[in-house]
Design a protein around this ligand. Structure first.
Ligand code: P1T
Length: 376
């Protein structure tokens, strides 16, 4: 082993920024390349049949391994596994359950999560109950196998007491999964709060540049990790090495980006709250996501989201560029209207992913949209 390889994969003393830049990513052993190479290969030459640790890239790929170790280090997990999308990661967690298992799920989740649970996995005899997990009186029934939390939620940005819910869940033998996509490990590390599993859509803040679809699962539970690793290989929803490289590259600035996303989001929230034409603002106090409701009808909200220029009208979130959307019509359209109404997801709710452009320019862009919305 060369001098270059003395860099540890992970020093437990490292903070979140150092982890994002170095964990799992020592200089490469052959050339000393500082950046983990893109091992763009499907297979590996073996000196003897079965005698090589690398056999096939669905099973293992060094670029993916580096990303998995980096992501695990960020969440304080022993194990990390990457998937071809956030939904593929979610699918793996549900697929790992026994037939007939019962899942308690937060009532405000990404529309694609709701669709996968209700329209696909329920066909195989799994039971999903949607509840308000922000309710301190929440009861986790005996026989629950899994509690699924988004905190903050998409798109209403509600937060749940992960520690209290983990205690209640564990008392009945249930595992707790937190979709930590909105918070990122910069602002919240659910495993430290008692959750068993964390998942992310790496498509969002972790990659941060709106050019990759990906997902990951992070856990310190050896048995669950072994089950997920089996499924990663057996089902095969793996990301390619180039996408892994891009997420790793994006990760290196995660902590710096998140500070700026948050500072700008907080400034925009304070400004929105002071406006007479805003009926309601949702913000959990941290992070870069904001949602709000205008005074006025759905047409006004539609005029608003069409009038911004820097805030691009698009699904997704968490990139350096600002995005705007109407969840009821776009990201959460697969949730039936009566279910959306029951949880307070108004048709006119506007969701902002506040990017890291200059705040004054973002404010001016929103000013223009308020003016356009007011012109009936
Ligand atoms: O898009 P994908 O990488 O498969 O991740 C799905 C997903 C999972 N969890 C949360 C909290 C998410 O927000 C998403 C994807 N969300 C959007 C595309 C969106 O605009 O809300």
């Amino acid at each position: 082993m060369s001098e270059a390889n003395k860099t540890p994969h992970l020093d437990p003393a490292w903070g979140i920024g150092t982890r994002a830049i170095h964990a799992g990513q020592p200089p490469e052993s052959v050339t000393g390349a500082v950046m983990t190479p893109v091992f763009q290969t499907s297979t590996y030459a073996q000196p003897h049949p079965g005698a090589w640790p690398w056999e096939y890239s669905r099973t293992h790929n060094p670029t993916r391994t580096a990303l998995q170790e980096a992501l695990a280090a960020l969440e304080g997990a022993k194990h990390g596994l990457c998937f071809s999308s956030g939904l593929a990661a979610i699918d793996t967690i549900i697929r790992a359950l026994p037939p007939g298992a019962s899942v308690v799920c937060g009532d405000d989740v990404y529309g694609g999560t709701y669709r996968l649970f209700t329209r696909e996995w329920s066909r195989f005899g799994l039971n999903f109950t949607f509840v308000d997990t922000t309710n301190p009186e929440l009861v986790i029934p005996e026989g629950t196998a899994l509690v699924w939390l988004e905190s903050p939620t998409n798109p209403l940005l509600k937060t749940s007491d992960i520690r209290a819910i983990a205690e209640k869940a564990h008392a009945v033998g249930a595992k707790v999964v937190v979709d930590n996509t909105f918070a990122t490990p910069v602002f919240q590390r659910p495993l430290e709060l008692g959750a068993d599993v964390v998942m992310h859509s790496t498509t969002k803040y972790l990659n941060g540049h709106s050019d990759v679809i990906g997902g990951c699962i992070l856990t310190s539970d050896d048995a669950l990790a072994a089950r997920y690793a089996f499924l990663q290989n057996a089902v095969g929803a793996v990301p390619g090495p180039w996408d892994c490289f891009l997420v790793m590259r994006g990760l290196k600035t995660l902590h710096v980006r998140m500070e700026r996303h948050q500072a700008s989001a907080q400034a925009i929230v304070a400004w929105l709250q002071g406006r007479p034409d805003v009926a309601r603002v949702h913000y959990p106090g941290f992070g870069g996501m904001v949602s709000f409701v205008l005074k006025g009808d759905l047409d006004a909200a539609t005029r608003f989201v069409k009038a911004t220029h820097l805030f691009t009208l698009a699904e997704s979130l968490g990139g350096v560029e600002s995005l705007i959307e109407l969840p009821a019509i776009m990201t959460h359209a697969s949730i039936p209207a009566e279910v959306r109404a029951a949880i307070g997801l108004d048709d006119g709710l506007i969701r902002l992913s506040v990017g890291i452009e200059d705040l004054a320019d973002l404010r001016r862009d929103l000013e223009g949209a308020f003016a356009a919305a007011a012109q009936a």
